[in-house]
Design a protein around this ligand. Structure first.
Ligand code: AMP
Length: 193
């Protein structure tokens, strides 16, 4: 199974992705995790990405497309994967279409977790407190920036998939279990769900 999970920062994408990984025996491809690992390793790409992430901006499309392209070529993606945090721009979404077509595969579902933006800020800052502020991009200023970047650059990705008729939108309000149940239901239903 190949899935794409969309939703603003704080929507619970990471949590739901981890659950789907266990349930379906697939791997999670989180571009945020890949960038944080590159930053921690101090690679040139990682160092540049860290400065961009710390201010809540997006890493350039060509860098991200290269990263995900290399990742998709690793053999462990053969059993299925869930994309978490990619694509974040329409440019990335179009590139992903081409990358998948080149490899002769398709996404089985694209699920958008829809959450009221007003409550996201509180959720993300709550996460920052729980993790002891270990993520440099979970500060108040960057959270506001990341939400506006989402509205301007990533919301159009959902519209892009919506126009293609392949988007499933689910309500992201409620408990983790409630949202999980809605995702499972949408994966069972046809593409017009
Ligand atoms: P995340 O863990 O998905 O919230 O990502 C953390 C940060 O990594 C984002 O705020 C961006 O700065 C960067 N990032 C992750 N994925 C992408 C992407 N697909 N395109 C551009 N920047 C990204």
């Amino acid at each position: 199974m190949r899935l794409n999970l969309l939703g603003p920062p704080g929507a619970g994408k990471g949590t739901q992705a981890q659950r789907l990984v266990e349930k379906h025996g697939i791997i999670q491809l989180s571009t945020g995790d890949m960038l944080r690992a590159a930053a921690a390793a101090g690679t040139p790409v990682g160092q540049r990405a860290k400065a961009i992430m710390d201010r809540g901006d997006l890493v350039p499309d060509e860098v991200m497309i290269e990263i995900i392209s290399e990742r998709l070529d690793r053999p462990d993606t053969a059993k299925g994967f869930i994309l978490d945090g990619f694509p974040r721009t329409v440019e990335q979404a179009k590139a992903l279409d081409n990358l998948l077509e080149d490899r002769g595969v398709q996404l089985d579902a694209i699920v958008e977790i829809v959450v009221d933006h007003d409550i996201l800020r509180d959720r993300i800052l709550g996460r920052a407190r729980e993790t002891g502020g270990s993520r440099a991009d979970d500060t108040e200023a960057t959270v506001a920036k990341r939400l506006s970047v989402y509205r301007e650059q990533t919301a159009p990705v959902a519209e892009y998939y919506g126009r293609k008729g392949v988007l499933k939108q689910i309500d992201g309000m409620g408990t983790i279990a409630e949202v999980a149940a809605r995702i499972d239901e949408s994966l069972k239903a046809g593409t017009d769900a």
